[in-house]
Design a protein around this ligand. Structure first.
Ligand code: CMC
Length: 421
């Protein structure tokens, strides 16, 4: 296969075929408009490859997810989140020396300007943490003027998310801030800054730290999803990394994307509190006259199972066991999954639990407030955004992202005087 033929008004046009390293096939239509005058129409981009990428591979039919070739199952079991950051952003798993160096830098750059705290304190305490997070990343640019593509910006963002997430929690709870410790790894530092006591030595529960680390690894990247594409789009205008990440946070906050993890927990809690039972929620999700969707179900790419959900389902059991907890919401989640998976509506549309379905049960066991769930998603995903942003900026085919449209509005007409409108 070397070319694809498009026939328009009886004329044939040839377009090159591009093959990926996993035999994915694409049609390179970069010259389509120039040679035919037509554009592709693909609302929601379900059939559009926006770039060539060597970061993350997903085979949605078979539930496969790999970061730079390594299966997510192996990464989740065998390496730390810092190793995954290195893998995504610098292209390979680090050796010991590189890892130590990265860990030291992540602590060094986790210290944020005191002015950032003042901005945070200007927000109402009840505001949503994702709105605060996005604004704080925008504010980074005012404190750390950027040259555009520097490694300093990258480290500031990778490390800064840890501090910002923890500070947002402390501010909302009315607690004094706890500074990052140079003796702790990324996940333990998050726990220390979030739950530690001001001035006291870190006291980290290893089970909890391990669970956080795994969650961060599972959320780290997911190729051209809505927030990664947003980050690339903004960065393609040569906007700064900070501005691009702030936009990525905004995209992630939506309930169809990262915001689903909060929505799932609220749904399970409503069921527990008797505001409808499992069957009613499933029926409501099937009812086309309602806009309700079963949160944590369905995925644009996975049509068989989401490998992250599979890992998290097992992990939820382990975490609850290790912490000696018994959460009735986990039983409700399992029941909901069972009912949906046996229902013709969900079977026919190939809707399965996604990463957001079980993650909330674990966050809850770790005593993370529901409103902070999507921030936890961002805590992992920032590494993926940075990797995607860098790849886009270094791509030899770099151009500003600027889609076309098919205009369906009014044809030319004259402005009538106001008395005639
Ligand atoms: N509940 C009920 N029906 C659903 C659901 C759901 N969760 N998801 C999809 N459908 C139906 C949808 O109504 C449509 O039916 P029909 O063909 O009769 O019109 C069909 O399934 C295909 O849906 P779609 O909206 O075309 O699928 P999409 O690929 O555009 O959307 C999705 C993917 C994830 C936005 C969607 O499945 C959804 O809204 N899920 C609930 C929100 C959620 O859990 N989001 C987290 C996604 S994973 C992590 C992340 O990205 O952050």
């Amino acid at each position: 296969m070397s070319n694809a033929k498009v026939t328009l008004d009886g004329t044939d046009h040839q377009f090159p075929i591009v093959e990926g390293s996993e035999n994915e096939v694409g049609i390179d239509i970069a010259k389509l408009r120039g040679s035919t005058g037509a554009v592709m129409l693909d609302p929601g981009y379900g059939n559009t490859g926006s770039c060539q990428s060597s970061i993350t591979y997903i085979d949605g039919e078979n539930g496969v997810l790999r970061y730079r070739g390594y299966p997510i199952e192996e990464l989740a079991e065998q390496v730390s989140f810092e190793e995954v950051i290195h893998l995504l952003v610098w292209g390979e798993l680090p050796n010991e020396e590189r890892l130590e160096d990265l860990k030291a830098k992540l602590t060094e750059y986790a210290v944020v300007d005191e002015g950032i705290k003042k901005i945070l304190e200007g927000f109402p305490r009840h505001a949503h943490p994702m709105a605060m997070l996005s604004s704080l990343f925008s504010a980074y640019e005012t404190y750390y003027p950027t040259t555009g593509d520097s490694e300093e910006d990258v480290l500031r963002v990778l490390a800064g998310i840890n501090t910002l997430a923890a500070y947002i929690y402390r501010y909302k709870e009315g607690l004094p801030y706890v500074y990052p410790s140079k003796d702790l790894d990324f996940s333990s530092n998050f726990l220390h800054m979030t739950y530690g006591s001001h001035g006291a030595d870190p006291d980290i529960d290893e089970v909890v730290a391990k669970a956080i680390d795994k969650l961060l690894i599972l959320h780290a990247d997911h190729e051209q999803n809505c927030s990664a594409s947003t980050t690339r789009m903004v960065g393609s205008a040569k906007a700064s990394l900070y501005a691009s990440i702030a936009a990525g946070v905004g995209a992630l906050s939506g309930p169809l994307h990262g915001g689903a993890n909060q929505a799932v927990l609220e749904m399970l809690r409503n069921i527990q509190e008797g505001e409808g039972d499992v069957a009613e929620y499933v029926e409501l999700a099937k009812d086309k006259s309602s806009s309700f969707r079963l949160m944590g179900f369905g995925h644009r790419v996975y049509k068989n199972f989401d490998p992250r959900a599979k890992i998290l389902k097992a992990s939820a059991d382990d975490v609850l066991d290790s912490l000696g907890l018994d959460d009735p919401l986990l039983d409700i989640a399992r029941e909901l999954e069972q009912v949906a998976l046996e229902d013709e509506f969900f079977v026919k549309r190939r809707l399965y639990p996604n990463v957001d379905f079980y993650s909330g049960i674990i966050y809850r066991a770790l005593e993370i407030p529901t409103e902070m769930f999507t921030v936890m998603f961002a805590l992992g995903r920032v590494s993926g955004w940075v990797a995607q942003w860098q790849e886009m900026r270094n791509d030899p085919a770099f151009r500003i992202h600027r889609p076309r449209q098919i205009y369906i509005g009014e044809n030319e007409r004259s402005v009538p005087p106001i008395s005639e409108r």
